[in-house]
Design a protein around this ligand. Structure first.
Ligand SMILES: [Zn+2]
Ligand SMILES: [Zn+2]
Length: 144
C-alpha cells in the first residue's frame, strides 16, 4: 500500500510505500512544541528509501543536544515542515503526521517526553507513554 501527503500549498507532495500502516507517536518535548508552533509533534517514522518526494524541499540542518545533525525538509513556498532525517538514525525518515492525507484517522501509539506535555492534554488510558525519551527497546518494538 502507499500513503500520500504533502504541504499546505501542494508544491511538495510525497508517497510512502509501506507493507502495513506505520504507527505514529507524539513528542511532547519543549523543542517540538516550539518548532511546530503547537502543543506536540505528531510523527510517523518510515524507511527513508520508501519515501518518494515530488518537488524540491528546502533543507535546514539543526544540531541537536546530542551533537547529531537533524536535516529538516520544508516546502520552499509555504514552509510546511514535511519530514526530517537524523544522522544518528540513518535510513529513517520522520514524517510530520499532519501532512499525511487522511491524518485525521491517525492516533499516536506512543507518547514521549510527557514530563513536559501541556497540562490540558489528557492521554488516553493505557497508552504507551514515557516521561522522557523512549528507551531503546521501546523504539525497537515501535519500529518493528
Ligand atoms: Zn507548500
Ligand atoms: Zn520532541
Amino acid at each position: 500500500m502507499a500513503l500520500t501527503g504533502g504541504c499546505r500549498c501542494g508544491g511538495v507532495r510525497y508517497r510512502i510505500e509501506v507493507a502495513a500502516m506505520p504507527r505514529t507517536y507524539a513528542c511532547h518535548c519543549t523543542i517540538c512544541q516550539r518548532a511546530s508552533g503547537s502543543s506536540f509533534a505528531h510523527q510517523m517514522p518510515v524507511r527513508e528509501a520508501a519515501l518518494h518526494v515530488e518537488g524540491e524541499p528546502v533543507e535546514v540542518t539543526i544540531v541537536g543536544l546530542s551533537g547529531a545533525r537533524s536535516i529538516q525538509r520544508y516546502c520552499p513556498t509555504c514552509y510546511t515542515r514535511l519530514y526530517n532525517t537524523n544522522e544518528a538514525r540513518p535510513g529513517l525518515a520522520i514524517v510530520r503526521a499532519g501532512t499525511i492525507d487522511g491524518s485525521e484517522h491517525l492516533a499516536p501509539a506512543m507518547h514521549i517526553f510527557t514530563s513536559t506535555k501541556q497540562a490540558w492534554i489528557a492521554l488516553p488510558e493505557g497508552v504507551e507513554a514515557y516521561p522522557d525519551a523512549a528507551p531503546i527497546e521501546a523504539w525497537r518494538a515501535f519500529l518493528d
